[in-house]
Structure formats: C-alpha cells, structure tokens
Write a protein that binds this ligand. Structure first.
Ligand code: 6R9
Length: 630
C-alpha cells in the first residue's frame, strides 16, 4: 500500500443546533479521552464496575499480542445484566420490547419481567433437551420477540449461539451449521417479507440433511399452516416452553468463555466465524450504547438491523438491554407497504434513538422526502448510521429530513470483529459530513502506512486499531491462523481491512475496503470518494465503482449507477456525471465508463459487493457469493 492517495477533504461541518453536551454521561469527548489515555485499565474497570458480576476480575487485561484476555478471573452471566438487574431494580414493569410485525398490523409488548420469565423458561427448555454450557445452538429465525428470547435463553445457560440471518438460503445455513457444529437449530415455520411467506422450516430441512451435528430442531409455529414436526427430532417452541420451569439459575460464565460465533458479512471474501466472549463483549456493548448514543432511561431505541448481523447482536439485544432501554424491534422492511412505513412507526411509538444504514437512507432519498413529511418525527433526538460510509449527500438528507436539523447524526464505524463502535462522532460534538468521526474514548485508532507509521493528515492509508479493547474478537472459529492475520500487517496493529484518511482535527473518513481499492496511474483511489461524488449529483440514487485493467493507467474506473425516481438514463447524463466527478475530484478519479443499472449487488445486510460487479465485468468467478442478496 503506498501513501499517495488523492483525497479531497471537505471542511464542511455541523454543530447540532440543539445539543445535549451538558448532559452526556461521561462529559465531553476530550476530557473523557484523556481520562482513558491516563490509565486505560482504570477507564475500562470503572465502566465494568457499573455492571453486575458474580465474581469480580483479578486483572483487567492480559495482553499477549495478538491474544487478549479481559477481566480475567471474573464470573458473570450477561443475561443478569440485561434482565435480572432491571427486574430486581426499578425497571421490573418497564417495557423491554415492542415488536411490530412485517404487515404493521400486529404489535406485541413485553416488560422486563415478562422477558425475564420467557428467557428463563426457554433456557430450561434447552436444558431439558440436553443442551449444556459450550454447546453450539444455531438460530435461523424471523425477527419476532421469540428470537430475542432464544438468544438470551442460550446465554442464560452458556450455550454458544450462532445466528444465521433468516434471509439466507439452505447452502449458506448448511455451511454455518457445519462450521459451528451446532447441536440444535431454532427456527420457525415461516417468516414474512413484503407480504410473502417464506417457508423457513423447509429451508432448515434442506440445510441439515448433511449436518450430522444437529440433534434437535426447535420450531416456532407462528402461522396457521400446521407445519408437521417429525417426532423425536423436531419439537414445538411453545410446547417445550410449557413443560419447562419458570426459574433458571444463570450459568456462571468465565469472562473469557465464548458467548457467540457470528459469521461476517463477506463483502470481500468467504464468511469467517468471529468468536466473541462474555465479559469484554458485555462491557463494550453496554458502554457504547450508553455513551455513543447517550442512552437515557426514557429512550425508545430502534435499530433497524436484524439480529443476524453484529449490529443486531450489539445494538438491538445486548447493549440496549444492558442499559435497560425500551427496545423497538420491527420485522418491517423500509419500503413495504410503502416508503413511509418507518416514519409512521417512529411517530406511533415515539422512537427517540434511530439507528440505520446508509443503504436505507439512500433508498429513502430515491423516493423523495415527501414520505417523511407525512409523519411527526419530533420524538427523535439521536440518529445513527452504520455499515458503509455515510456520504455527505446522505448525511445532509438524513440530518434535514429526518432529524429536522436538531438531531446529531452519529456515524459509527465498527465491524463484526470489533464487537462494538470504534469510531464515531459523539452526541454534542462537531459533526463533519463524510467523516465517521474520532476514535471513541477507550479506542486508539490511526491511519498508517504498510509499516505502521502514521501518515500525514489528508493522506490516505490503512486504518488500524493500536491497542486491545474489551469486545474485540478472540479468534476465528476453526481458523486461528486467520485471526492472527488481523494483527500481523501494518506494524502489528489490528488491521480492519479498511482504508481511511484523517484530517487536521483527527476526524477519520473511511474511503473504502482495501480489497476494493483502485490504482489509477499509480494513485490509490478509495471507492467511497468517487461513489460519493456521484451520489452528490441529483439524478444518482446509488453508485458503485470498480477498477478495470487499463494498458496505460494500470486501472481505469468504471461506475455502476442507479437513478432516483423520475430520471432516465442517457448519454448526456453519463457525460454530465463524469464531468461533475472530474470537477470535484480531478481527472485522476474520473470514471472512464458509466453503466446505468436497476440495482447494485449487495450483501443481505445492505453493503455493496464490488467484487461481484468486478468479476462479472471481467468474466471471472465471483468467489463466495453466499451472502449476496438476490
Ligand atoms: C457493523 C458492521 C464491517 C465493515 C467495515 C467497513 C464497513 C461499517 C461503517 C463502515 C464506513 C461506517 N463499515 N460501518 N464504513 N463508515 N460507519 O457493519 O459490521 O458487517 O462486519 O462490516 O463495514 O468497511 O470494515 P460488518
């Protein structure tokens, strides 16, 4: 990786017109960050002390590069912090979960007390099936409250959950079950998407034909289809719950015992089974939910991800419940039955913290702001973004149309591997559209060259995390060698696989995945910047760029573009788009080709898969496409 990235830094910034600076939990960014630097272990131990432990730790951190152990010697159960402490404290009858069905007609509400009981019953049901601490349990479920019950039920007894997104097909499910050697699969008869029923159970039937580890399948029957179950092997979710006791003692987990395995989104390669452990993950997700989102007891938190992604694990389930929030969970997609559905839900429920992905925001932009205008969004106070770079155009749209210029936009950079937010602009801090922000207190991140030396502001390089943090992954399941690779490049720092650039104030902008980088005439060009320059133009809804071999320049840039509603493709438009990129970024970053497409290939979590476009363009095998959305 050379340092000669051509990056144009825009100095536009926003101070939220209405800010919460004085009220944030830890105070302002600078003093909090300094407090962390003064004594990192004390910083983390102070946060950990806010939670309940069965036995406290002997040491905060044992670091033996690249292996970290956090809160060693401590015993805990994460469900005690997500449930028991609220039930025993003053949140007993506080609403824990509000669920909206895909059709927006059904709603279910569960208090902390109710959720606690359900989780304990389910945990006992798992025990009755012979599930023990350390056993792997695969969840392949629709997004219903029972999904959360099943997750926490596993954690209650120390079973390691591995959640597979309910939109994946049989092959993807099969490979994850086989890699994790799951003993139990939990599923449902159907899930619903855009009004259509998807027969989840039949997909499981297919997926487990050659998965000998699977002993039992638990089926949640939510429809009236009366799906038949094979005696012995298959059991009904509520039948086994009914036979189970109400109280379940929490399993004493060692801080370093695994909590779950989650397979990565696979934008750039084969999915990897990321392993997270109990203690550190609990501290990291609790801390970031509370601090980064400035979570208060009165908040209604809505993260639009699915539990099948890390975002769902950390910011639907574990983090928000550990802080005792009211969590909205919704099976809806953003544009069904119409593109106003999410705004309607926010108005109905009174959502205060809303966390979504750039892909959704760009989709809303494509349909126009009228949809959001129909609803009263005054309850909102914090808006979040995750998953891809939030380009300035989408930032502005989100800030004005959804946040009504009063809500901070918290762009959060992190990964399945990091478990928690790493880089973000905190509530009350100056926001810079296009920049994720600064490393949060607790995290030392930087932009470096291939030897690990920091590069100058404005120069692109490799994004690294320099020191361990509590919720870092501990290994890749069945592939520790692959784990070590994360810590073996760039001077031995943790390399995230992303490229970034820092400005004079230390704000970090993500410019793309290292695997997607384009090198034109010796200049490294991050995909995000060119895509952003395209999306900044009114007709463009979304864009993806790839590098194509070019005899003169090494590579040339090809852009794939989808248009906003009301725009037609044409030669003139192509020329205009290219001209405007040239004017904003210069000739080096100018696409030499543009192709208009109806959709872009994305992972099921909404990330653009540039390698699929590239393989198709060059007539090559796209590699593992199990995570591709159809
Ligand atoms: C949480 C999650 C991780 C990759 C990551 C990066 C991209 C995530 C981002 C972002 C720019 C942000 N990414 N958040 N890029 N700005 N705020 O998405 O985890 O599915 O493992 O993906 O997503 O490329 O390396 P995961």
């Amino acid at each position: 990786m050379s340092e000669n990235f051509d990056v144009k830094l825009d100095n536009k910034s926003h101070l939220p017109e209405y800010s919460y600076i004085d009220n944030t939990w830890m105070g302002r960014y600078e003093p909090a960050y300094r407090r962390f630097l003064d004594d990192p272990e004390r910083f983390w131990s102070e946060i950990a002390h806010e939670l309940d432990w069965i036995k406290p730790w002997d040491k905060v951190l044992e670091w033996n590069h690249p292996y970290a152990k956090w809160f060693t010697g401590a015993k805990l159960n994460i469900t005690c912090n997500c449930l028991d402490r609220h039930v025993l404290g003053d949140r007993r009858n506080k609403v824990a979960l509000i669920w909206r069905a895909e059709n927006d007609l059904e709603e279910r509400v569960m208090t902390y007390r109710q959720l606690h009981t359900q989780v304990m019953r389910f945990a006992n049901a798992l025990k009755n099936l012979g599930v023990k601490k350390g056993d792997k349990v695969c969840l392949y479920m629709p997004f219903v409250p029972e999904h959360v019950v099943a997750i926490l039920g596993c954690a209650r007894i120390g079973a390691v959950h591995t959640i597979v997104y309910g939109g994946f097909g049989a092959d993807a499910l099969n490979s994850r079950i086989r890699d994790s050697k799951a003993k139990i699969v939990i599923t449902a008869d159907v899930s619903y998407r855009r009004g259509k029923a998807i027969m989840l159970k039949s997909i499981v039937d297919e997926a487990i034909t050659n998965a000998p580890s699977v002993e039992k399948v638990i089926v949640l029957r939510r429809s009236n289809l009366n799906v038949e179950l094979i005696q012995e092997k298959e059991v009904d979710f509520y039948e086994i719950m009914e036979q189970a006791e109400n109280y379940c003692e929490p399993e004493e987990m060692d801080s370093e015992d695994p909590l779950f395995i989650l397979y990565t989104s696979g934008t750039t390669g084969t999915p990897k089974g990321v392993v997270h452990t109990c203690g550190g993950y609990m501290v990291g997700t609790y801390y970031t939910t509370k601090y980064v989102f400035d979570m208060r007891d009165t908040d209604v938190h809505w993260c639009t991800a699915d539990p099948g992604w890390i975002t769902g694990h950390s910011y639907i389930v574990y983090g928000p419940l550990a802080t005792g929030a009211t969590v909205l969970i919704s099976e809806t997609v953003p544009d069904y039955p119409d593109p106003g559905i999410w705004w309607k839900i926010i108005e109905d429920i009174g959502v205060t913290i809303f966390y979504t992905a750039p892909t959704s925001i760009r989709m809303f932009m494509k349909y126009g702001e009228e949809w959001a205008k129909k609803y009263n969004l005054d309850s909102l106070r914090v808006l979040g973004s995750v998953g891809e770079p939030l380009n300035p155009e989408a930032f502005e749209w989100y800030y004005r149309n959804i946040g009504k210029s009063k809500c901070p936009i918290i762009d959060t950079w992190w990964q399945t591997e990091t478990g928690m937010h790493m880089i973000a602009t905190l509530v009350g801090e100056k926001m810079k559209p296009g920049f994720a922000g600064k490393p949060i207190p607790g995290i030392i991140a930087d932009v470096v060259d291939k030897d690990g030396n920091p590069v100058e502001p404005g120069i692109g390089g490799i994004l690294v995390i320099k020191t361990p943090w509590p919720s870092m992954m501990r290994t890749i399941h069945n592939n520790d060698e692959r784990y070590r690779q994360y810590w073996s490049g760039a001077g031995g720092y943790y390399t995230a696989g992303d490229l970034a650039v820092k400005d004079e104030e230390g704000y970090i902008m993500i410019i793309g995945r290292a695997d997607d980088v384009i090198i034109v005439a010796g200049h490294n060009i991050g995909t995000a910047e060119v895509e952003s320059a395209l999306v900044a133009q009114e007709p463009v809804a979304e864009a993806a760029v790839i590098g194509k071999p070019d005899v003169l320049k090494g590579q040339s840039i090809k852009a794939f573009v989808t248009l906003r509603v009301g725009y037609e493709p044409g030669e003139q438009l192509k020329n205009d788009l290219i001209y405007n990129v040239r004017m904003s970024l210069g000739p080096i970053a100018m696409p030499s080709e543009i192709e208009f497409v109806d959709t872009l290939p994305k992972t099921r979590s909404g990330k653009i898969m540039r390698r699929v476009l590239k393989a198709k363009e060059m007539g090559l095998d796209p590699g593992d496409i199990s995570t591709l959305d159809e």
